[in-house]
Write a protein of this length. Structure first.
Ligand code: NA7
Length: 555
């Protein structure tokens, strides 16, 4: 009898060192770096391709609000020298092509399993291994799990009465169809006026026969001044990339290189202040908030910038009542991420566009062909929900994650997310989070923060391997101190004054704490580097076979 042939080992059964959840920019770079350490990595991605948030957010007008020459990877000089961004702010299809290019260039796709949702991750304390179960019914055993699930990847649909009776098509900006959507000749309703709505409304208005915008909270938006990039502009970045990238990492709180303010708003006489605001309004982009160094710290300083934008709105919008409704008055400018637009306010001068105030009169009901608010029915053939995300924690919360003692991460985070450095949560060994709550994340150029986290995590795994450490976990005292520090820094700013998704305020019942770390990417990077240099201070490591716990060291 012939000897039995060895069966091919399915990927699920092969030894996996690290499971990565998500193949957005974080997941792609992680896979590349972890492979560089010689580790066996498996990436699970819910979408049908790479790109993360850029895979799902395909709505008309979707583009990055950070300039593409800066919103791009820096880890490989050849990549940044060779990729040609076409516009100042790349449109979503181009960013998605870039993600695909990165996947191909570093041959990453082979270790990514697409169309697969991670359902649970359970830590086995005896084996020091995670069991990760996925929507295809497979279980994967891995030493480490890294959540690269993104901050804005869990689209949220509010429950409106009668929604299921609506007869037209319903779209969500955060989960847009892959096939083209044509609104020509249709009466369209857009619910929400956040960044996604502000980007898409001008384009939808060009197609729709009638566009009704349902606004609960007016947002501050500044013109993008988007334009094709010239060869000279690209060259000037490329020639200076080492210094530009260094500055982004170290010198600027939000990881975006821009002129450095040397004073506060009230240090200038009014006419000079206005000139500076005008100059920044004319050059465009979210660096508007960088005109002065105290705009998010001092209410009176902030008022000068907010007043300036409100004036521009009333200048652009012809109908005074519409202009008044579009002027935000209930939060400091910048306390919600400032929006960047192309012709948003001017769109309300079109005869086919109507703004409806749903703060004064909330949506009562969705009817088969209309939205009812304030006792009036607005007829619509299609609805666009630009209602945002369960940000920062939503995607993590969907996974049943169980750490030591069977505790779930959702239980632990019931009163708000708790992490040490945004990287790990105590009680969940060998589970890392990229750009998690407690790190600068959404307050920064995400690529700068992603690269820093991925580099830190891979350095940490390399350190562990060199010392035979099997387990790393955040200690409770270090985590408590970090959470207190994150809150303390936030409390010294105007940010917590807004009902923003930074605070979890957009999700009914979600605990309201300020989630990102406001200290800035440079300060934060230094803290993370110092922790690593002090043998991962505040983390406990267990060495293989002979469990040995390092003492937690105060921050
Ligand atoms: P955002 O910024 O969270 O905006 C969501 C919008 O939807 C906002 O205007 C909300 O009003 C509105 N909304 C949400 N729920 C409701 C209900 N139930 N009724 C009426 N209106 C509602 O999400 P985006 O997708 O626009 O942008 C997210 C980020 O992506 C952005 O910050 C950039 O960083 C990129 P509200 O303000 O809650 O009153």
């Amino acid at each position: 009898m012939a000897a039995a042939q060895p069966q091919p080992v399915s990927h699920q059964n092969a030894r996996i060192d690290v499971v990565v959840v998500g193949a957005g920019f974080a997941g792609l770079y992680l896979l590349h770096k972890l492979r560089g350490l010689g580790l066996h990595v498996k990436v699970f991605e819910q979408g049908g391709d790479v790109g993360g948030t850029w895979y799902w957010n395909r709505y008309p007008g979707a583009r990055c609000d950070v300039e593409s020459m800066q919103y791009s990877f820096s880890f490989d000089d050849k990549l940044q020298q060779e990729w040609n961004w076409s516009e100042r702010y790349a449109p979503q299809p181009e960013i998605l092509r870039y993600a695909g290019h990165v996947a191909d260039r570093y041959d990453l796709r082979g270790d990514i399993q697409f169309n697969t949702t991670v359902k649970s991750a359970v830590f086995d304390e005896r084996a020091n291994r995670w069991t990760v179960t996925t929507s295809d019914g497979q279980a994967t055993i891995a030493q480490h799990v890294v959540l690269a699930t993104g901050c804005l990847s869990n689209a949220r649909t509010p429950e409106f009465r009668g929604m299921k009776d609506f007869k037209g098509k319903v779209y969500h900006t955060g989960n847009w169809p892959h096939e083209p959507v044509d609104f020509t000749g249709l009466r369209v309703g857009v619910i929400g006026t956040g960044s996604s709505a502000i980007q898409s409304i001008p384009l939808i208005a060009e197609q729709a026969s009638q566009l009704t915008v349902f606004q609960r909270t007016a947002n501050f938006s500044v013109p993008a001044r988007n334009a094709p990039l010239t060869d000279d502009e690209r060259k000037s970045f490329r020639d200076n990339y080492p210094e530009i990238r260094r500055q982004a990492r170290e010198d600027f709180k939000n990881g975006i290189v821009q002129p450095i303010p040397d004073r506060g708003a009230l240090d200038d006489p009014e006419h000079e202040r206005r000139e500076k605001y005008h100059a920044r309004w004319t050059s465009g982009g979210l660096t508007f908030m960088g005109v002065y160094n105290n705009l998010v710290l001092d209410q009176r300083a902030n008022d000068t910038a907010a007043d300036f934008i409100r004036e521009r709105i009333s200048e652009i919008v012809s109908d005074p009542e519409t202009a008044r409704l579009l002027q935000p008055t209930d939060h400091p400018v910048g306390s919600k991420r400032i929006c960047v637009d192309t012709d948003y306010y001017a769109t309300f001068n079109r005869s086919n566009v109507t703004l409806v105030d749903i703060k004064a009169h909330p949506i009562e009901q969705i009817l088969p062909h209309a939205v009812r608010t304030g006792g009036k029915d607005y007829e619509v053939d299609a609805l666009v929900l630009a209602t945002g995300f369960d940000a920062m924690t939503g995607s993590v919360a969907k996974i049943d994650i169980r750490g030591r003692g069977g505790q779930t991460l959702n239980d632990k985070w019931a009163e708000g997310p708790r992490t040490y450095l945004g990287l790990m949560s105590a009680g969940f060994p060998n589970l890392f989070i990229v750009t998690g709550p407690g790190s600068p994340s959404v307050l920064s150029n995400m690529i700068v923060s992603i690269e820093q986290h991925v580099d830190w995590i891979t350095d940490c795994l390399s350190y562990m391997r060199d010392r035979g450490a099997e387990v790393i976990e955040a200690t409770h005292p270090a985590e408590d101190k970090w959470v207190a520090h994150v809150n303390e820094v936030a409390a010294g700013t105007l940010y917590p004054q807004a009902n923003s998704w930074y605070m979890g305020a957009n999700i009914p019942g979600k605990p309201q704490i300020f989630m990102p770390y406001i200290g800035g990417v440079g300060v934060y990077r230094q803290i993370c580097n110092d922790v690593a240099a002090k043998d991962y201070e505040g983390f406990a490591m267990t060495v293989r076979a002979r469990p040995k716990t390092k003492e937690a060291v105060a921050l």
